[in-house]
Every structure is written in structure tokens, then in C-alpha cells.
Design a protein. Structure first.
Lengths: 258, 163
């Protein structure tokens, strides 16, 4: 698939792909949730994220004459621009459905990030992006409330739940830095008014995340950022496997519709 | 008797009769999903809709329902408009009462605040009116609802979340 790959398009795809890939991951819990209420909740979170991704993909592909389905189902691995954090499997050993502690923490920390990002994007110079953000920010605030409650409940829960949350936090922490790295794509978006540089979200994210983790009685891990480049299309080994499920139908039956 | 109803009024009446597929107690107009009906210069009509949630799976069905209700008003155009973002604040007090009678607790208070309302508050039971209820699930059969149970009459009920 040929993409024009403008700085603007890449900025939008990074956000769209973050939502799409996290949606796909959360949907893996459908039918496997630890309790029925949480099964419902994770499926609903996934649905909101999918809706956000659809709107942004539609917008990002318009200039190239590509629709949301073509972008989601036919791009190759290196053409996805989400940070690596979003594609990590729920369990360290990759077993499904996975480690609920990791799911709760990733959903919480990324909901803080999404909420900050959508809030700023409401002032985008691109009116379509601003409109998508105005809807999405309400959804991500609700996600943050829901996942944040679980984060505190499990972190400040039993000795076992606390230990599992702490272990999940240690696994997540090195991947967080990629959400705040500055580069040319970021700088161009900030300059044109399309959206904030992700680096500018770091301070506020850190303050909110630290407050939440403190309430959950979790100890902040040492900062040891990984050198990951999901935003440049350089992914972990996990994305290919995820895409082989996500894209299966269109790969096996090209152009298939209901 | 010759009807004095204009074509626009007839179209509006047909549109007002379309119920929401997920919450059939209310029409799309009452929910605020229909933003505008316009009569165009070519004699056709344009309906402007807004999605409730970005990922609402009923969006396509709603558009199809609108198209079939306005079949006689061609050429018909349906547009989606995202801004301003849909909010439960657009549901009128009469419509909220209809929701309650149908068995869904209407959204409490205004959503137009910086943070969403906490979900742990007690929501009045739409059946017996008791103020004592407990939350069973933050999400319900659709993204826009949560599940509660009345502590007095023990009936479970759905709550339309303010957004």
C-alpha cells in the first residue's frame, strides 16, 4: 500500500494506530474476563477505542484516497505507527487472555495520556480532528475513571494483587518514554497547530500518573527507557502476530464483505 | 379534506417517529441525534445526524432507519456531524421521564462538567423510586448505559450515563 507519508499523516496515524491496536488487545479479553462485569467493560473500552481509530483513520487516509478499512486491514507491519506499549501482549509469556494486572495498568496509564492528548487536540487547527477529539475526550475520561479505580483497588489490595500490580508496572515502565519523545513529526504538528508535540504532555502525565500510582501504593520504577521506535514503524515481535489475527479475513479473502 | 401540512412538516413528522434502536423508548429527535432537517433547493431533504459515541455500533443502523422513514422525500441526503459533540444534556426533561417510565434511569445531573460524575453514587430506582441502589457494572448492554440494582425492590435496572 502506498501512503503519502506526510508529516501530518504520520502524526494522525500514530494516534489512530495507538487506539486501534489497544482496542484489538483489549478485545482479546472478550469472553475471558475475570468477572462478567469486567468482560463487558473491556469490550466497551475496546469499542470506544475502535470508534476513535475509525474516525482518525478515515481522516488520515482521505488525502490518499484510502478508507479506514484499507488502512487497518491492508497496511504492513512497518506501516503501523503506534508506540510499542500499545501492542505488548497482556502476559509476559504471551499467553492469552493474559495478566489482568498488566491490562489494568496499561489502560490506566494510556487513559491519562489519551485524555491529555484529546483535551489538547480539541484546539486543533484541523476542524475534523478537533471534532473527533471533543467526542473522544469524554470517552477517555470515563476509561480513566474506570481503569484508575481498578488500579487503586488492586494495587492497594491484597499482598498478592499488590505484588502482581508492581510486577506489571515494572514491565510497562520502560515503554512509557516513547509516548513523550519529540521528533520532526511532532514538531511539524505543533508548528502548524494540528496538535501538541507529545513531548509537551510529559510533565502533566507524570504528575497525574505518580499521584494515581501513589494512591495505589505502587512504587515508581527507575526510569530506564527502552530504545523503541514503534512511531517510526520499528515494532516489537508482538505486532506481527496481532496483525495476523486482525487482518486475517482480508488477507484470506481479499475484498470480502458481509 | 386537503391536508394543509407542508412537505417539510410531513418530513419532520416522519423523522420524529423514528425510534432509537437501542433505546426504543425515545425517538432520535428526542435523544438529540437528529441535529437538523433541511429542505434543499432541488426539492429533496438533508438530515444531519450526530453519533452518540465514536464507536456506537448503531450509527449505521440509525442512518438506515432514517433513510427508510424518509423514503418518499427524495433526493435524500444524510450527513454525519461530529461537532458539537453529543451530550446527554440534550435529552429534555419530558424525554427523561419517558426513559424512567420505560425502566431506564435517566442521566443524573449535567454532563457539562470537567470530570465525569462518579459512578458510585446512588441512582434512584426507575421502578419503585427508592433512592437506595448499588452499582453492579460500570458498563451495560450498550456503551451508554451502566447496570444498577435497587436495594429496596431488588430489581436490577439500567442507568443512562451522563456524558
Amino acid at each position: 500500500m502506498k501512503l503519502s507519508n506526510t508529516l501530518e499523516q504520520r502524526y494522525l496515524l500514530r494516534i489512530a494506530d495507538a487506539a486501534l491496536i489497544l482496542s484489538q488487545r483489549n478485545s482479546e479479553w472478550c469472553g475471558h474476563g475475570p468477572i462478567l462485569e469486567e468482560d463487558l467493560a473491556l469490550a466497551n473500552l475496546a469499542l470506544d477505542l475502535l470508534g476513535q481509530a475509525r474516525a482518525l483513520l478515515t481522516h488520515a487516509g482521505a488525502a490518499d484516497g484510502l478508507d479506514e478499512d484499507q488502512l487497518a486491514m491492508l497496511r504492513l507491519e512497518h506501516q503501523f505507527l503506534n508506540p510499542v506499549l500499545f501492542e505488548l501482549p497482556h502476559a509476559a509469556d504471551g499467553r492469552k487472555p493474559g495478566d489482568f494486572a498488566f491490562t489494568v495498568l496499561r489502560n490506566t496509564l494510556t487513559a491519562v495520556w489519551f485524555t491529555l492528548l484529546w483535551t489538547r487536540l480539541q484546539a486543533s487547527s484541523d476542524t475534523e480532528v478537533a471534532a473527533i477529539a471533543a467526542k473522544a475526550v469524554k470517552e477517555s475520561r470515563y476509561h480513566l475513571q474506570h481503569s484508575g479505580d481498578w488500579c487503586v483497588r488492586l494495587g492497594d489490595g491484597t499482598a498478592d494483587s499488590h505484588a502482581r500490580m508492581q510486577a506489571a508496572l515494572e514491565r510497562i515502565w520502560p515503554y512509557v518514554d516513547e509516548l513523550f519523545q519529540a521528533d520532526a513529526v511532532d514538531a511539524a504538528a505543533e508548528a502548524s497547530g494540528l496538535g501538541p508535540s507529545w513531548a509537551s504532555l510529559r510533565g502533566e502525565w507524570r504528575a497525574q500518573a505518580e499521584a494515581l500510582l501513589a494512591r495505589a501504593t505502587l512504587a515508581l520504577p527507575k526510569d530506564r527507557p527502552n530504545a523503541h521506535g514503534g512511531r517510526l514503524g520499528v515494532h516489537s515481535e508482538h505486532l506481527g502476530h496481532l496483525l495476523s489475527e486482525l487482518q486475517y479475513l482480508q488477507r484470506a479473502y481479499p475484498g470480502g464483505t458481509w | 379534506m386537503i391536508s394543509t401540512q407542508t412537505r417539510y412538516e410531513a418530513a419532520w413528522a416522519a423523522l420524529s417517529a423514528v425510534l432509537d434502536p437501542e433505546v426504543p423508548a425515545l425517538s432520535l429527535v428526542e435523544l438529540g441525534i437528529v441535529r437538523e432537517l433541511r429542505e434543499d433547493e432541488d426539492g429533496g431533504f438533508t438530515v444531519v445526524l450526530t453519533p452518540t459515541y465514536n464507536g456506537c455500533p448503531a450509527t449505521e443502523l440509525i442512518e438506515a432507519d432514517v433513510r427508510s422513514a424518509l423514503m418518499d422525500f427524495q433526493p435524500l441526503r444524510v450527513e454525519q456531524r461530529r461537532t458539537p459533540a453529543w451530550t446527554t444534556d440534550w435529552i429534555s426533561s419530558e424525554a427523561r421521564e419517558k426513559l424512567r417510565v420505560y425502566g431506564i434511569a435517566p442521566p443524573s445531573g449535567l454532563a457539562a462538567v470537567e470530570q465525569p460524575l462518579r459512578m458510585h453514587e446512588s441512582i434512584p430506582c426507575p421502578r419503585c423510586g427508592s433512592a437506595k441502589s448499588e452499582r453492579l457494572s460500570a458498563f451495560g448492554s450498550t456503551a451508554c448505559k451502566a447496570l444498577y440494582r435497587c436495594i429496596s425492590c431488588r430489581e436490577p435496572f439500567e442507568y443512562f450515563k451522563p456524558i
